[in-house]
Design a protein around this ligand. Structure first.
Ligand code: PLP
Length: 410
């Protein structure tokens, strides 16, 4: 059996053509000929199955060590298919810090569909146990699933997949993990007890901001059959060219992620001592928990971090003046991106909900790419300088220096 980096490059070879091509072919056919009316071919119609998609589905199933993989037209299409295996009346416990689009899909679509959701801090296993257990005597049945993100978006809280899956299983619930921020390079949730792994493959797996894709891997044939039904009948499949783009992205995942993590650590260290920065969220910072990461089964913290500017400084003044970082949503790609969660990626969350979990109006999220770290740090430095000048201009009458030294800006 090959090792992880070899698997990234080769996947499971198909060798289904005689050209010697080292890459698997892109099959654009939507329909496939039957030899005879009664001879059902391996493939009949592209929504039900396509060899290029199947290569990617087997590739991600191999990397996540699951029984079967599925490719969808986006991360949200993947999440939609997974949640559609439940039925009206079912209750799902959801981490209280998840991607805004997932939050919106749950609350604005699936509640209309009859699912109910209980939000909980999944880092608190006691609170999680109570939430999953429900209160059957008062008509709240145990939850059918726990849904959470391995490292949360945008606060970078690290969840303990093993502990959460154990709680879910005590009550017969499925543990569903959005592993987008981590990828199988840093953690394989199915090995820690999760039942379903979801990826927005748009991010690290594809890695170049050029394809929208979602992937799902499951640990049992039973769940696989239910997800296959959703994939085929809801029909949100990933087209062949996009499947190939994700396959190609996956080949360089480890190289990109290593560089992104090196750069992210350097940027986090820089931010930590910057006077305009109040707080840095990056689980890879020494002391923030290398050991805690390992205890939770993670080999690294990834390339995303977030930070809060000090009160009075407008985060938009920092963001609007970046040149190397692009002001854009999304993450995990080769180029560095910066954004304001409260106005961009997490605007769907009501403000009180956001503030309750710590997504403040001052929180900036950075997705670190593979550029030279010095360019990233210089870019942030000049943007902070402009933000500080604007702060000073806005407070022309105040004694800014004494505020800075007395800790208002510290
Ligand atoms: N899950 C997470 C953690 C995300 O950050 C995103 C998008 O940002 C999604 C899911 C949705 O994925 P997509 O945009 O590919 O639909």
């Amino acid at each position: 059996m090959t090792r992880f980096n070899t698997q990234l490059v080769h996947g499971l070879p198909v060798q289904d053509n005689n050209t010697g091509a080292v890459n698997p072919p892109i099959y654009n056919s939507t329909t496939y000929a039957f030899e005879k009316v009664d001879a059902m071919p391996r493939y009949d119609y592209a929504r039900s199955g396509n060899p290029t998609r199947e290569f990617l589905e087997q590739q991600i199933a191999q990397l996540e060590e699951g029984v079967r993989g599925f490719a969808f037209a986006s991360g949200l299409a993947a999440i939609h298919a997974v949640l559609s295996i439940f039925k009206p009346g079912d209750r799902i416990v959801v981490g209280d810090n998840i991607y805004g689009g997932s939050y919106s899909q749950f609350h604005e679509f699936f509640t209309r569909w009859g699912l109910s959701f209980t939000a909980v801090n999944t880092q608190d296993l006691t609170a999680l146990t109570e939430a999953v257990q429900g209160d059957p005597e008062n008509g709240i049945e145990p939850a059918k699933a726990v849904y959470f993100e391995t490292i949360t978006n945008p606060l970078l809280k690290v969840n303990d997949v093993r502990g959460i899956a154990a709680v879910a299983h005590r009550f017969g619930a499925l543990a569903i993990v959005d592993n987008t921020f981590v990828t199988p390079y840093l953690q394989k949730p199915l090995q820690l007890g999760a039942d379903v792994v979801i990826h927005s493959a748009t991010k690290y797996l594809a890695g170049h901001s050029d394809v929208n894709a979602g992937l799902v891997v499951v640990s049992s044939e039973d769940v696989a059959n239910r997800i296959y039904f959703a994939q085929n009948r809801l029909g949100g499949v990933l087209p062949p060219a996009e499947c190939d783009a994700v396959r190609r992205g996956i080949q360089t995942l480890a190289l990109r992620m290593d560089r992104q993590q090196e750069n992210a650590l350097a940027v986090a260290r820089y931010l930590l001592v910057h006077p305009l920065v109040k707080r840095v969220n990056y689980p890879g910072l020494p002391g923030a928990g290398d050991q805690r990461l390992a205890a939770k089964g993670l080999k690294g913290a990834g390339g995303v971090l977030s930070f809060e500017v000090v009160p009075g400084v407008d985060p938009a003044d920092v963001l609007n003046n970046l040149h190397v970082f692009r002001l854009a949503v999304s993450l995990g790609a080769v180029e560095s991106l910066a954004e304001l969660p409260c106005r961009m990626t997490h605007f769907e969350l009501p403000r009180e909900e956001r503030l309750k979990v710590g997504i403040t109006d001052e929180l900036v999220r950075l997705s670190i790419g593979i550029e030279d770290e010095a360019d990233l740090i210089e870019d942030l430095g000049q943007a902070f300088d402009i933000a500080f000048e604007r702060y000073v201009a806005r407070h022309a009458d105040a004694d800014v220096f004494s505020q800075l030294t007395s800790g208002v800006l510290a």
